[in-house]
Design a protein around this ligand. Structure first.
Ligand code: MLT
Ligand code: ZN
Length: 415
């Protein structure tokens, strides 16, 4: 394994042209925060790190766009955008290390995706290098451009299998300096879904509505020694946030929560510290699960109105494999029907359990790979979410763009 660190598109192009000539497999690696096992290199694979592709253009206030190299981290993009009065409306716990190139590769989502879109909606243009070294794409950021297929739409979410992304034109929104945040407890996941629907109808400034099951909330809070503002006995906790460029959002949040049905308890953050405490517990979930020694998680999605059925199926699968319900850490993004499930302790590494759950997801017309990508971890099971005809179409696209099969081999979609 050798690592190359191109500092320009030309250097990236030369590396790929060389790899193509010698038919050497390559893998693009950004911040290494991916959650689908995609960036672990094989022996003999050239690792192309985007570490040095960190150019960041000036924010264009007219189009509310900025051009960023693939290796720019989400945190540095947002620092840059904020200085100009804007922000990039996609947020993840791994914001300090995750790079925009990697996030585009996996079509990352996160807490704000239901409102502002996943990466595919936020990428206004892509510059990328094909396996043979040719450079394609455009960073002009045209919002209307239907001259042929959308290569931007195709490359975002292709997990490095079709081309190596070198730079992106990204859409921004005005900086949301005003926030209002609450932790809201409901008894059931169906009540949490009803709460989300109520808030979406009554809070025009709602930007996030994540959910965390009490056991996961306790694990995370214990890990970072932060006390959540509500007692974490059995139930579901919605992490709710409103955001806008200016104005006091508390009246909007308070009145919507007062008129919500089936809410058990509510804690509205009174200041920036309380708001930070809610998000710290929310953001530490991955770290808390990983710290138990099992980094493996499911990242699944079902139509939102079927989330309760999914929970029933998860509980039944655990029951049938003789596991403890206490060992299932569940959280996710309500409006996307996106569930993260970390089977820990006695459930860790139970392949039968995972298969049962993924089959249930398929029956519920959901996705076995919601926002973290397929990578290596979900490649064998992609047929649970895609038909044979769809997989054939994907393989044909892959072969057409990378005939020698040097890009991200063994990941994302079958060849
Ligand atoms: C999250 O929402 O916490 C992330 O997608 C990360 C994870 O699932 O580990
Ligand atoms: Zn997530």
């Amino acid at each position: 394994m050798s690592t190359r660190r191109p500092a320009s598109t030309e250097e990236l192009s030369a590396i790929l042209a060389e790899a193509s000539t010698s038919a050497t497999p390559v893998i693009m690696v950004g911040g290494g925060t991916g959650l689908a096992g995609a960036t672990e290199p094989d022996a003999g694979e050239i690792v192309i790190s985007t570490d040095h592709l960190t150019q960041l253009g000036a924010v264009d206030p007219v189009t509310a766009q900025v051009t960023a190299g693939a290796g720019v981290t989400l945190a540095s993009l947002n620092r840059h955008a904020r200085e100009a009065g804007f922000e990039f409306p996609l947020d993840l716990g791994a914001r300090d290390s995750a790079t925009v190139g990697g996030m585009a590769g996996t079509n990352a989502g996160g807490a704000l995706a239901w409102r502002f879109g996943s990466m595919r909606q936020l990428v206004a243009g892509v510059e990328a290098v094909l396996a043979d070294g040719s450079v394609i794409g455009s960073l002009t950021g045209l919002s209307k451009d239907n001259a042929g297929y959308s290569l931007t739409g195709l490359l975002v979410g292709s997990e490095g299998t079709l081309a190596a992304i070198s730079a992106l034109r990204l859409s921004l929104v005005p900086r949301m300096d005003s926030r209002a945040t609450a932790l809201v407890k409901t008894a059931t996941i169906a009540d949490a879904v009803a709460l989300m629907a109520h808030l979406r109808s009554n809070c025009p400034d709602l930007i996030a509505c994540d959910f965390v099951h009490s056991r996961a909330l306790r694990l995370s809070a214990d890990r970072i020694a932060v006390r959540p503002p509500l007692p974490s006995e059995d139930g579901w906790f919605a992490v709710v946030e409103l955001g806008a460029p200016s104005g006091d959002l508390l009246p909007q949040l308070t009145s919507a929560l007062e008129s919500a049905n089936r809410v058990v308890a509510t804690a509205i953050a009174a200041d920036a510290d309380q708001r930070a405490a809610i998000w710290k517990v929310r953001d530490a979930l991955t770290e808390a699960c990983d710290a138990t020694g099992n980094e493996h998680k499911l990242d699944i999605a079902v139509p939102v109105n079927r989330l309760a059925e999914l929970e029933t199926a998860i509980r039944a699968a655990i029951e049938s494999t003789g596991g403890s319900q206490d060992d299932a850490m569940i959280w996710g993004h309500l409006a996307d029907g996106n569930v993260h499930l970390a089977p820990l302790f006695g459930l860790a590494g139970d392949d039968q359990l995972e298969l049962k759950i993924l089959e249930a997801v398929s029956e519920l017309e959901g996705s076995i790979a919601a926002e973290h990508g397929v990578g290596r971890d979900r490649l064998e099971l992609i047929g649970l979410s895609r038909s044979d005809a769809e997989l054939k179409a994907m393989a044909a696209i892959r072969k057409a763009l990378d005939p020698k099969g040097i890009l991200a081999s063994g990941r994302a979609v079958p060849r």
